[in-house]
Ligand binder design. Structure first.
Ligand code: MN
Length: 504
């Protein structure tokens, strides 16, 4: 994927001078060994960097300030090998601005029952060292992820790996730039929000450009590059005969290629990682970009329609999280329902812009009328999304805070052919069941626009919310309506009060 941050994670070991130099040399060797073996495990998406063991407040502070200022350090993992008095971490932790994971582990997996003596006990004291460490995190109200278990345990490694993916997405957001062509779709509420609050909270900026700026870049695209891209379309997709080089609607495909090349160059020149447009503001364009947007999403750009910059940023974050994993991620919209009591389903789609990274099989490239907006017919990729466990993720601005909302769903093969539906689509069942999930989603003010992915999990979004310090509500197999509603009420109070408790 293009423009993905080059990120690494620092591994920090807490200890102290109480036990003499010999044990400290052992702590260094053990810690280095953990880092080496975790890097060799093949289960971590980011490189783990060993840092010299930390024994004094000034070392801790200097290391954490260095982490803040190091552009490749996406986060820090802390662990206390021996009993590390964590009062000495206060000053450093209060200044830490990078994501924090506390790995509560121990160098030895098995207790040497027959050999254990006080030297072993003094060296392997994470059982209380990590509790002392956890106390200071709790006392300072620090956001963090806690992972518990032996460092060689696959479940432990996978939870660390999930967090690493999120730290890279967070780093991406800190430099994230989103362009919004035109404004919000008229009269729509949930797609809008406070861009200033979002930049302060999440790091990314959203700025507008007139669609005429894009048109000027599109007009500068030369015919030779359009020829090349059209040939690529014919090689990559099942292209409708009318759109092919000899077809009577080939001019439409050429216009779509012009849009793609223009959009791509506009995004590259502006250093943008995502964008939004709206069918209500296409002044000077012949049609709403469909194919172009689908292909740019497949290359890693965040996107959402109708001016929805929040969902564009969510889709981008999900793409960075999912980088290197099978499954894909896309902009999605809950479009229409199958309400037969014997099997209630959601059919998700959009007017055009579903990312082919979630496609089952080779997409078809077709042209059809759009039905709204009164513009020319746009080309688009048409496909079914693959079956499998997936998530829908929405981000809403509730006025006093942002709320992430996640629903775990199970995509299925569409139960019937959809011969007249001219757009890409996904069909899914909701966990725990349709009525509970949709009811909870609506109670939570969940948007109709989401980021949809087979690779991203609820754990990723929990980690992202923790780092950002925002609410997350999860609808999964365990969700019960009464508890969910009460959780939303409790969160109203918690997030009202929490800013006053922070970093005390
Ligand atoms: Mn929409």
């Amino acid at each position: 994927m293009k423009n993905i941050p080059n990120s690494e994670i620092w591994f920090l070991t807490g200890t102290q001078h109480l036990y003499g130099e010999g044990p400290l040399l052992q702590v260094t060797a053990n810690s280095q060994s953990i880092v080496d073996q975790l890097n060799a495990s093949g289960r971590l998406p980011l490189k783990l960097v060993f840092k010299p063991i930390l024994t004094r407040p000034e070392e801790i502070r200097a290391t954490l300030l260095e982490a803040n200022n190091n552009s490749t350090c996406a986060g820090v993992i802390t662990w206390c090998h021996t009993f590390s008095p964590s009062k000495m971490w206060i000053n450093g932790l209060l200044q830490l601005r990078k994501p924090l994971l506390h790995l509560a582990t121990q160098f030895n997996q098995d207790l040497p029952w027959a050999e254990i003596d006080m030297d072993f006990m003094n060296l392997n004291q994470a059982a209380h060292g990590d509790r002392e460490h956890g106390f200071i995190h709790a006392r300072l109200r620090l956001p963090r992820k806690v992972v518990v278990g032996h460092w060689s345990d696959f479940e432990v490694q996978d939870r660390v790996a999930a967090w690493m993916r999120v730290t890279r997405a967070w780093a991406d957001w800190q430099n994230g730039r989103y362009v919004r062509f035109g404004d919000n779709m008229r009269q729509v509420a949930v797609t809008d929000g406070d861009k200033v609050a979002a930049e302060a909270r999440f790091g990314f900026s959203v700025n507008t450009h007139g669609v005429g700026d894009l048109r000027a870049v599109m007009e500068a695209v030369n015919d030779a590059s359009i020829d090349t891209l059209c040939a690529e379309y014919e090689a990559t997709y099942e292209v409708a005969p009318a759109l092919r080089k000899a077809g009577d609607r080939h001019a439409i495909l050429r216009y779509n290629a012009r849009q793609e090349i223009g959009l791509r160059s506009f995004l590259e020149e502006g250093g943008f990682t995502g964008f939004s447009d709206t069918f209500e503001d296409l002044h000077g364009l012949a049609q709403l970009p469909g194919l172009a947007v689908q292909r740019l999403m497949a290359d890693g750009y965040g996107f959402a329609g109708e001016g929805d910059w929040k969902t564009a940023a969510v889709v981008r974050a999900m793409k960075v999280i999912a980088d290197g994993l099978p499954g894909g991620a896309s902009f999605m919209e809950d479009y229409t329902y199958e309400l037969n009591p014997s099997g209630q389903l959601v059919l998700g789609s959009h007017m055009l812009e579903i990312c082919p990274s979630i496609a089952e099989g080779r997409p078809r490239l077709e042209v059809h009328p759009l039905g709204i907006g009164g513009k020319a017919d746009p080309a688009r990729l048409v496909f079914d999304a693959r079956p499998g466990a997936a998530v829908n993720v929405a981000l809403m601005d509730l006025g006093n805070r942002f709320r992430f909302l996640v629903n775990e769903v199970d995509a299925i093969k569409p139960p019937h052919d959809l011969p007249k539906l001219p757009v890409a689509r996904a069909v899914w069942t909701c966990r725990p069941d349709f009525k509970t999930a949709v009811g909870a989603w609506i109670q939570a003010g969940g948007a109709h626009h989401t980021g949809y992915s087979y690779a991203v999990t609820a754990e990723h979004i929990e980690d992202l919310s923790e780092i950002a310090g925002v609410e997350v509500a999860i609808i999964d197999a365990e969700t019960r309506t009464r508890e969910f509603r009460q959780q939303l009420r409790n969160n109203e109070i918690y997030y009202h009060i929490a800013p006053g408790l922070g970093r005390m």
